[in-house]
Design a binder for this molecule. Sequence first.
Ligand SMILES: Cc1cc2nc3c(=O)[nH]c(=O)nc-3n(C[C@H](O)[C@H](O)[C@H](O)COP(=O)(O)OP(=O)(O)OC[C@H]3O[C@@H](n4cnc5c(N)ncnc54)[C@H](O)[C@@H]3O)c2cc1C
Ligand code: SF4
Ligand code: SF4
Length: 660
Amino acid sequence: MRIGVFVCHCGTNIGGTVDSHQVAEEAKQFPHVAYSTDYLYTCSEPGQQEIQQAIKEHNLDGVVVAACSPIMHENTFRRTIERAGLNRYMFEMANIREHCSWIGEDKEANTRKAIELVRMAVAKVANNVHLHPSYFDVNKRVLVIGAGVAGMQAALDCAEGGLDVVLVEKKSSIGGRMAQLDKTFPTVDCSICILGPKMVDVGQHDKIKLYTYSEIEDISGYVGNYTVKIRRKATYVDWAKCTGCGLCMEKCPSKKAFDYHNEGVAYTTAINIPFPQAIPKKARIDPKYCRQFTKGKCGVCAKVCPVGAINYEMEDEIITEEVGAIIVATGYGLMNIEELGEYGAGRYPDVITGIQYERLLNASGPTQGHIVRPSDGEEPKRIVFISCAGSRDLSLGRPYCSNFCCMYIAKQAILTRDHIPNSDVYVFYIDIRAPGKGYEEFVRRAQEEYGAQYIRGRVSRVYPRGRHMIVKGVDTLLGTQVEVDADLVVLATAATCAPGAEELAEKLRISYDGYGFYIESHPKLRPVETNTSGIFLAGACQGPKDIPASVGQGSAAASKVLALFSKDKLESDPQIAQVDESRCIGCLKCAETCPFGAIEERELRDGRIVARVIETVCQGCGLCTATCPPGAIQLQQFTDNQIIAEVEALCQAWKERSSG
Ligand SMILES: Cc1cc2nc3c(=O)[nH]c(=O)nc-3n(C[C@H](O)[C@H](O)[C@H](O)COP(=O)(O)OP(=O)(O)OC[C@H]3O[C@@H](n4cnc5c(N)ncnc54)[C@H](O)[C@@H]3O)c2cc1C
Ligand code: SF4
Ligand code: SF4
């Protein structure tokens, strides 16, 4: 075999602490190496051309590039050698950047390690075989999970691009958090006025099949061919008949049901339509509060409903949909206010959350837009906003920034002074984060034009005194203690992952971070992709994000799906597991281990049971190969022989060094 070795300097990234030239010189001595050189930037266009030229000039049939992480560049180099006529799997990468130069200062030791990594890669490529992808059909339908502004944007863009979309939302209406907001920063335009028409577009689009009050039960399959089971939860109202007239709501005697849309600042009826602009505008019974369910008698709604839509016997329904790609847009949650004991949250009615305040400001909210104190319904005159309530707080396990609070506090401060011009508004902050377009100017407006008094410092305690709440903190700029006598305290509580985010991630087999936010494939280069092929992310499910960023990501995810579906056939990676049927004893331990359900049982003609790998489902993780007792299942390109060749190359080097 004739192998070429190309050692990269990556400028000083590698060259600063690894002698790339020496690595290339040493590699000339390794078995099968016909050509070896070093280059300043191997991934650059001239760098790739040099590889292609060397393949031709030196008649190479295998290539090793010693450079950075294969996650970044393996595909780039595979394409490079393919353009020069080699099979793309006759390629190996030695990661001498992350594994050598970036982790040690000792140039000599790093260089030695780099030489050994190259030696192993050469031994491996000498044992590589030509692999060829197979091709499979794509089902050009897309599933979008979550119908907040990000999911709706993604669904609309996909539908406008000609795709059939299945949109699943767990609440009874689409709209997400944005439907709860009053105005939006930095333009202070009415949230539902811009969202409402989009919601109607989603509801009426003939390419969007909408399942609200529904959740994902199970997902199986692979990119291009996913099977999704959706649980349509019982609403106890036949939505095909319900006209959204609201008569049932009017007459329902159970009027103390928790009002999710209004974040509990008001009550609703057991049968309810969440808000006037809801899409679909259909009623749903909350059985927790319904007298028919809790007491076994009532039936008022069934009696008054003019179209006979009430059905107390309704049960959940499981529906199956086939799609080729999935966009996850499940948004965020908000931390439980009771975790913020020092602010009296959850104990005192006049300490509320930002989202509750949003509902009080809203003209179609429970107070018709009048700001009132929950304790006595009076108009507050002094309102204190506390930012970073739970965010950027290591003691609560949430060191991250919730991203939009600084901005919505500025918005709420402006709106407060609009609603109650003679009010005093105080904002306690740690620092102000306003990096978006027009954002810094907006915060300045809150301070200068609207007179919001910003106090830099953390609040240590909030407690009641008479009819007021005392907010005690430090002004770190003046170095003094501050005490504000407030009528109402608004906490910018931390954004968390959406409830159930981790369970959904397990079903989708996508990764999530320690806080439950979904992890993108690469933070800079693949921000809306996940590591599972065909599954994309949009909006705040990936981390707290404001509306412009969520909408942008919704469109970006849609464009990824459209690009994926632009091909009629998809290519499968041939680096998957393969069963040697003559050695397989049919114990199916591999099937038990496989996290993707990629192994099934197969009966041979002689009645023997063996394992069979479903090519399109296998993700090439290799767990099965480590499990199989007789070693009958091998991962293509990572076979025992190839791994042993690498280990032997390393041992050989040690042997030579200790004997020399
Ligand atoms: C008080 C407050 C004020 C704000 N004001 C502004 C503002 O003025 N301007 C601005 O730019 N941003 C503002 N924001 C931020 C804004 O709310 C977010 O940027 C936006 O809602 C993110 O949209 P999203 O679609 O990613 O998530 P969401 O709005 O959270 O939507 C996600 C949707 O997914 C659904 N879902 C969740 N899990 C599942 C599941 N398993 N299956 C099916 N469906 C699921 C949810 O029910 C929801 O409908 C504010 C936030 C708060 C808390
Ligand atoms: S049965 Fe009675 S309590 Fe239940 S939703 Fe209908 S009207 Fe309300
Ligand atoms: S390598 Fe084995 S365990 Fe991993 S996905 Fe493929 S069949 Fe399943």
